[in-house]
Design a protein around this ligand. Sequence first.
Ligand SMILES: N[C@@H](CCC(=O)N[C@@H](CS)C(=O)NCC(=O)O)C(=O)O
Length: 214
Amino acid sequence: MITLHGYWRSSAAYRVRIALNVKGVGFSQATRDLRRGEQRDRAYLSLAPQGLVPALDADGLILIQSSAIMEWLEETYPSPALLPDSATDRAQVRAMAALVSCDIHPLNNLRVLSQLKSQFAADEAQVQAWIRHWVEEGFAALETLIARHGGAYAFGDSLTLADCCLVPQVYSAERFKVPLAPYPNIRRVADAAMALEPVAAAHPSWQPDADPPA
Ligand SMILES: N[C@@H](CCC(=O)N[C@@H](CS)C(=O)NCC(=O)O)C(=O)O
């Protein structure tokens, strides 16, 4: 039995939900409400010592870090594949995924934004400018990479780990009102991915712990 410890709005958990759904792996969800600090509860820290979501419990095997979890899913449930066949293409996909998961997302994570406010007295406008800066810098590079390698999706014509990372980052950019008009390739491939049923089902608003629509 697989349980995903996550939170509806967490983009790292959203990545893993996409990978699970695409591979048709059944799972239940345990919510750790980040607004209430539940990711730092003692019981959860015993599973995930960083106090971050997601964590995956697969019959008692506890995995953390969304990229490691997705790679484990890829190896454990190889079909449909989320990585291409050749080593070179896999490296390109992993680079696109890492651009999002290592170089954009962590800078805009809750604990980083909280630190900007608490330690450096950043106000809301400054925090918004910070978020926008890192999304725009990363998306500009990703736009070039998708123009170079993309097809129907971020890399070629099959959904890959790059899309699993990109779709949640686009959701987050929209949530923070970062304009996406300068990135037509990102918009196009993210829309194509989101139109797929398993990807659509992973959207935050469809999760059991989501806030009701305003
Ligand atoms: N590199 C980690 C990042 C995990 C992460 O930052 N999760 C966020 C939600 S997207 C979190 O738990 N934030 C809680 C906090 O900042 O206190 C991964 O990919 O799993």
